[in-house]
Design a protein around this ligand. Structure first.
Ligand code: GTP
Ligand code: MG
Length: 381
């Protein structure tokens, strides 16, 4: 249980809700049966009734909920169905070192090559392709505004990115947020590629950056380490292809990126908002399986049928395979960034799961409010 209403809790342990209201009254708490109480109160009530109340984490609770519908989040299916998927990359670095400029440069370079004259849409993630050693390779970039990149990565969890590009401005050098970004990548266990940016500037000193990062244990290949350093200019568009190649080579060398593309899709919400004309709009990243228009999905507390999918060029697509980002229309509500999405059997199941999640979120929120209210009363008395 996690912040539940007395009625729900009473049902779970098979007692009369009125008895719980009575017990709480005896403890000096005025709560109605339909009101939500916090975990501590549930534990207390349980103890009084000789029950052991186990408070489970929201993640575990959600897993249990899905299991009750015979769904296993993260299920990769049969290994024989696995195929190679593109790496998912996050760009990190200190303020003003050129993260946004670089993401723009990568996207623009690809539009010119790919869809002649195509206008890119900002959907929070995009996929590009690049030729590496004679083979066409794809890379997915998560494109979140600089100042939000950390919090967003934290919210989405480390599982959403395979690799990080660490941008360091050659005229400024290693700065506090460079180190913070580095620590994030280390904690998440993702390999990094260092992009030494702004090499067009006369005061650029790439050698200094190699030396500085070596002190932090990030050793360039040319010094015998295993991290690729690439000198670029996001502004003057110098060596963007070289950076993409380094990303692919690093992914090949240190990651075994495979996914099952034949199962029902599962993945993560990158960002979502309410569009005046189109209703709730969510950019999702498919992590396994293939998502198709017309399928029933649940995304956090939202549900619906995929009405349309739109790619980063504004084109409608009918399916999305692993590592592909897409904007999804047709949800009942706006899910939160970092929440999972998954395809389920039908609309009914989607709605049932979404409703249960929503009720739980509401209960948790109510319980939180109650705690605050009780605290305020306490402070006032
Ligand atoms: P935040 O999102 O605020 O953390 O910054 P950012 O890392 O996204 O940096 P942004 O791309 O906004 O670039 C910051 C400034 O550096 C801008 O004025 C860019 O024009 C400039 N800039 C970025 N890349 C280059 C480059 O390769 N060369 C030069 N000369 N300037 C650059
Ligand atoms: Mg930025």
């Amino acid at each position: 249980a996690r912040g539940a209403s007395l009625t729900d809790f009473a049902e779970k342990i098979g007692v009369d809700p009125a008895q719980l209201v009575q017990m709480l009254f005896g403890l000096g708490e005025m709560v109605t049966a339909t009101e939500s109480v916090n975990d501590e109160t549930l534990e207390l009530l349980g103890e009084e009734l000789n029950y052991v109340v186990q408070v489970v984490s929201p993640e575990d609770e959600d897993r249990e909920l899905l299991e009750s519908f015979d769904i296993e989040l993260g299920d990769e299916g049969d290994e024989s169905d696995w195929t190679v998927r593109p790496p998912v990359v996050t760009v990190m670095g200190h303020v003003d070192h050129g993260k946004t400029k670089l993401l723009d440069a990568i996207r623009d370079a690809n539009v010119i090559e790919g869809e002649a004259g195509g206008i890119t849409q900002h959907i929070g993630a995009y996929q590009v392709s690049t030729e590496v050693e004679g083979t066409e390779r794809k890379i997915t970039f998560i494109d979140t505004p600089g100042h939000e990149a950390f919090t967003a990565m934290r919210a989405r969890g480390s599982q959403s990115s395979d690799l990080a590009v660490l941008v360091v401005a050659a005229d400024d050098g290693v700065m506090p947020q460079t180190i913070e970004a580095l620590n994030h990548a280390k904690a998440a266990g993702v390999p990094i590629v260092v992009a030494i940016n702004k090499i067009d500037k006369p005061e650029a000193d790439p050698t200094k950056i190699r030396g500085q990062l070596t002190e932090y244990g990030v050793i360039p290949e040319e010094y015998g380490g295993d991290t690729m350093f690439v000198e670029i200019s996001a502004k003057s568009r110098i060596n963007i292809e070289g950076l993409l190649e380094a990303v692919v080579l690093t992914a090949d060398a240190s990651l075994d990126l495979q996914a099952n593309a034949v199962q029902d899709a599962q993945g993560i919400v990158i960002e979502a908002h309410l569009d005046r004309g189109r209703g709730p709009v969510a950019t999702i990243l498919v992590q396994r399986g293939t998502l198709r228009v017309g399928e029933s999905i649940v995304a956090g507390p939202a549900h619906g049928r995929v009405r349309a999918m739109i790619d980063e060029y504004g084109n409608e697509i009918t399916e999305a395979t692993p590592s592909r980002p897409a904007m999804v229309l047709g949800l009942s509500a706006v899910p939160g960034a970092g929440q999972s999405f998954l395809v389920v059997e039908d609309d009914r199941m989607a709605r049932q799961i979404a409703e249960k999640r929503e009720a739980r979120e509401r209960a948790a929120l109510q319980a939180k409010r109650r705690v605050r209210r009780t605290l305020e009363d306490f402070m006032a008395s």
